[in-house]
Ligand binder design. Sequence first.
Ligand SMILES: NC(=O)c1ccc[n+]([C@@H]2O[C@H](COP(=O)([O-])OP(=O)(O)OC[C@H]3O[C@@H](n4cnc5c(N)ncnc54)[C@H](O)[C@@H]3O)[C@@H](O)[C@H]2O)c1
Length: 445
Amino acid sequence: MTASFSMYATLRDRIAAREARVVTVGLGYVGLPLALTITESGFPVTGLDLNVGRVAAVNAGEQVISYFAPGRIAKARAGGRFAASADPAVIADADIVLICVPTPLSPAREPDMSYVLAAAETVAAHLRPGQLVVLESTVWPGATATVLRPILERGGLRAGADFFLGFSPEREDPGNAAFDTKSIPKVVGADDAQSRDLLDRFYSLIVARTVPVSSLATAEAVKLAENSFRTVNIALVNEMKVAMEAMGVDVWEVVAAAATKPFGYMPFYPGPGIGGDCIPVSPVYLAWRARDVGSEAPLIELAARTNDKAPDRIADRVAAELGQRGRAVKGARVLILGIAYKKNVEDTRESPALAILNRLEAMGAACDYHDPYFPVLPVTRDHPHLAGRKSVPLSQSGVASYDAILIATDHAGVDYGLVAEAASLVLDTRNILAGHRPRGTYVKI
Ligand SMILES: NC(=O)c1ccc[n+]([C@@H]2O[C@H](COP(=O)([O-])OP(=O)(O)OC[C@H]3O[C@@H](n4cnc5c(N)ncnc54)[C@H](O)[C@@H]3O)[C@@H](O)[C@H]2O)c1
């Protein structure tokens, strides 16, 4: 099946002239930077989001995401070619629709495609001939062709004949100062040559480099391969941490030295577990799909389970360290430094720090947290009961009053010198106090 040449040529020419109107469905950590990068490349963009608060904040030019360059959204708004909207009818005016909605795990820890399904219904309701629809959310190989496509085709239009369909995985790394949406190469895949060509032409004008692949499923699999690689390596380094500690060897020193090998090794660092909407999620999607097609991915599943258990192991270690110093965890006061899932981002999704806090409190500890990105804890999917808790300020006397300080997330801008000076017991999952001389007991865990 091939679309008419004139339909293809019309969109090709509109892309070349940067006149193609773009709608991003979802203005989150992925959709918003993507929408802004496309705007900055000269295309007119509308960001569609169901969250009216988000839409209003973006339209008001508010900062919204802390690591954006100051004024980035306001500048895009002032340029007159970028707006946010909560009205799905904007899809009908678009030439290109990019779907960037969440793909989390269900309570049974299986792929939760409900946001993709809802977004697909919305796009289908406004789909018109000649549009290019691109799924950017992380999904299992085969999902675009077997889940999204049938919904889009329900009204009678056919992918590859009446509209174009592609998949392009997001590789956004929030807070990464070295790489952003524009500089990260973009994988583009489609099941027909015209869709692939249009997607490639479009992203070639937006990002530094595109990487075309032969099918939708290949593009979907690329993302899962990247994240599963990280999952397995993070599980590996955390396993080595525990084993090497028992041998009297500091895994941080080992990793730093091993990383000097110019080939065949890539450093991964120990930590309290994994978080965010990507690394904990993608391997589950891959393993689930492997089982679905009669195959298996036992190594990936073991790594995912190992990482899931990491926060509990850290909490148990905190209890053990307290116990060794004659302090029962029940009734102990513990200050957790960093509640976000990784440094320098205001994102708590799947944050191991929250899971550690929860477990410590289940054991009877009284926990506080300090995190400059979260003056107040928001409602989270996994720990809604923690919402409303407030970050405590860091002071010499405050820090000294805790039985233990647990460094969970190593945000820049936190006064670690003060912590080293004042704490009686510091448990460090990030090696961040390595350059300091802690006054009290210092244990890397
Ligand atoms: N955050 C990351 O670092 C990252 C990196 C790479 C890939 N991804 C993937 O990108 C996808 C999006 O993740 P995110 O981090 O941007 O999510 P997010 O939760 O930050 O944002 C999603 C946005 O989509 C909106 N939304 C949900 N359903 C909608 C609908 N039907 N119509 C309009 N808006 C809708 C939500 O209101 C929200 O603002 C996921 O598949 C994720 O796995 C995320």
